[in-house]
Design a protein around this ligand. Structure first.
Ligand code: ATP
Length: 617
């Protein structure tokens, strides 16, 4: 399959520089109070930094005086004295470095602690219970808070160094000859200006890169945890394709970042290399206007030993650590803007379908003009399908074998990417969201592993209390199996379980999970109708929004809405509406009806909506 890679902008929802400026404002709004609260630390840094100002000033000025008043005037002792003064000025500056680093810790560690606290609180409130959802939270707590800490420390050091060093150097240049500033300042300011102009667009590229990195890490983490489910739903192809797309998006983001870095290097060259060149070119004119030989060498000393390294350090810090810092800090601050975490469970939602009358609630999941094909030349399985799943919805999906039910489920659940159109979860594009935080998907062949029944029930919500596990056991109808196994802590060997028992355990696990959307893809196919009815009814009451790929009439009739799939044609309505409107639904219900020779009670059950096994799936 050769689909174009996902545009990087799609991963970061592509608002570009506008978003960076908004990020700057947001970070500033939170950053200023942080700095205000640490005014004493900042004053301490300022005090130590003044010593650096003095050292820089003395460095160039003493060299100029040593030459003009000392060595060039035949006064070697005077020259040596001036050089000794420059050497002595290094001592307080060395002490200043110690003072600066001590103050830095008071400025950096509280930032890191605050970020870790914030990321941990976010993970506990919104991502609890989803093992794969933890990937992003762990990244924020560890990797990203370290980026913020190092970036912030580097930025404070470089900015402070640049301000005081360049102030010392410029004051020294002005003392040697004010004309020196006319030569040095324009390229210096041009270089800095050009560099600053790259900050916002480069921040956007940096964000794209981090987004691509995070999306890839989350996707691979998810895929690794769900290998069995992927194999069971036949989604290996689309998953591999999605992995390739995400890797490609990462490459595109890295390349774009590199192009902007090249522009930055040009800005650095103008600010750092051009002033000495211009000074050389202008030297004869400057000396005609009274600049001494010592003054010229002193000016070179300022440019090469003070200004250039300070500028270099500042631009490097702003360019790499600063950009990353802005993106990472913004990620921490924008957590507050995420849509409210979905209510863990709504109750009493087996009927009702869409709505309830009051202002339209955000769809839990939505397909907008979604098409899907398994290859560039393959016949589409889904063709411009629109579907909205609101809180409280209970939708059954029915259709003949091969009509695309599992494909629809894979697209809806984020296991396969649509070829065209958009999948949205909780009112936002699904791309970039953590699927396991939004939906629980149960395939026909569930993943039950060696361990205890408790481990298996907690698989999607590791910290679930025993009360919730027991409630699931009772609601789903797992009591008999739990008793036979020996309780929640008894060891469980999947090879000794029937297909139906495995499905029951997976259904119990879904009852414990907290994602607002629950999708069952023939997940009850090995249960008898009564067991299926009990489990499905319990899940409909527990899950906020339920989608069931139905393989029995009874299952379809329990739903408030039914989506009938017939190739790329679809019909949607209540079961009763479809019985009158859809020939295919009537045909399916006919094929789901028991064969005529089956005992009459079963036939009656079918007519009254209780249903019977179809033998399908
Ligand atoms: N991985 C795949 N690669 C290529 N084609 C596929 C793949 N999976 C499914 N298809 C094709 O897509 C179409 C829809 O299949 P899908 O499994 O979604 O249908 P279904 O309604 O769920 O079928 P069933 O009820 O038998 O499970 C079928 O023509 C099928 O052959």
């Amino acid at each position: 399959m050769t689909r174009a890679p996902a545009p990087v902008s799609a991963l970061s929802d592509g608002a570009g520089p506008r978003r960076e400026r908004a990020a700057l404002r947001r970070v500033a709004a939170e950053g200023l109070p942080f700095l205000r609260a640490r005014a004493r630390v900042l004053r301490g840094l300022l005090g130590w930094s003044l010593l650096e100002f003095a050292q820089t000033f003395a460095g160039g000025y003493a060299v100029a005086r040593a030459l003009d008043d000392g060595f060039l005037a035949g006064e070697t002792a005077t020259g040596m004295l001036w050089l000794a003064l420059a050497a002595v000025a290094v001592v307080p500056a060395f002490l200043a470095q110690r003072g600066v680093f001590a103050g830095l810790a008071d400025l950096v560690e509280p930032l890191r602690d605050g970020l870790v606290r914030r990321a941990t609180a976010h993970a506990l409130t919104t991502e609890a219970g989803n093992p794969a959802a933890g990937t992003g939270a762990v990244s924020r707590v560890t990797h990203q808070s370290e980026i913020a800490r190092d970036g912030w420390a580097g930025l404070v050091l470089a900015l402070r160094g640049f301000v005081f060093t360049s102030a010392g150097a410029l004051a020294g240049l002005a003392a040697l000859s004010p004309l020196l500033l006319v030569v040095v300042l324009p390229p210096l300011l041009l270089g800095i200006g050009l560099f600053l102009a790259t900050l916002v667009p480069m921040g956007a590229r940096q964000r794209d890169y981090l987004d691509a990195d995070e999306a890839f890490a989350a996707h691979t983490g998810r895929a690794t945890a769900a290998l069995r489910d992927i194999a069971a739903t036949g989604a290996a192809g689309p998953m591999a394709e999605r992995t390739r797309e995400l890797a490609e998006a990462q490459t595109v983001a890295a390349r774009s970042l590199a192009r902007w870095s090249a522009l930055r290097i040009t800005a650095l060259a103008i600010g750092e290399r051009l002033p000495p060149v211009l000074l050389l070119a202008a030297a004869p004119r400057l000396m005609d206007h009274g600049l001494t030989t010592g003054g010229l060498i002193g000016a070179f000393t300022y440019l090469t030993t003070s200004l250039a390294p300070a500028l270099n350090a500042l631009l490097a810090a702003l360019g790499t650590a600063g950009g990353r810092l802005l993106v990472v800090l913004d990620r921490f601050t924008e957590r507050a803007e995420l849509p409210p975490a979905p209510a863990a469970h709504a109750s009493g939602n087996t009927g009702g379908g869409a709505g309830g009358g009051t202002p339209a609630p955000a769809a839990r999941a939505e397909l907008r003009q979604v098409s899907f094909a398994y290859g560039p030349r393959a016949r589409p399985v889904l063709d411009r399908l629109d579907l909205r799943l609101l809180p409280g919805d209970h939708l059954a999906v029915v259709g003949p074998s091969g009509s695309g039910k599992s494909t629809l489920v894979a697209v809806l659940a984020g296991l396969a990417r649509p070829t065209a159109g958009e999948v949205r979860w909780l009112g936002r594009p699904a791309a970039g969201q953590e699927p396991t935080a939004v939906r629980t998907l149960l395939p026909q062949q569930p993943y039950v592993f060696t361990g205890t029944l408790r481990d298996n029930l907690r698989y999607l919500r590791p910290g679930a209390p025993d009360g919730d596990l027991m409630a699931a056991v009772t609601a789903i109808g797992l009591d008999a199996l739990a008793e036979r196994l020996g309780g929640l802590d008894a060891p469980l060997d999947p090879r000794r379980l029937s297909q139906g028992e495995r499905q029951l355990i997976a259904l119990g696990r879904a009852h414990v999970a907290t994602a607002p959307l629950l999708v069952l893809d023939e997940a009850t196919s090995h249960l008898d109708p009564a067991a299926e009815a009990r489990a499905e009814t319990a899940l409909a009451a527990r899950a906020d929004t339920l989608v069931v790929v139905a393989h029995r009439l009874s299952s379809a009739r329990r739903a408030a809405r039914v989506l009938v799939m017939d190739g790329t044609r679809t019909e949607e309505g209540t079961p009763d509406e479809l019985l009158t409107r859809s020939a295919l639904f009537r045909e399916l219900t006919g094929s789901w009806a028991p064969p005529p020779l089956v005992e009459p009670a079963a036939a009656r059950a079918t007519r009254s909506g209780q249903g019977l096994p179809s033998g399908s799936g």
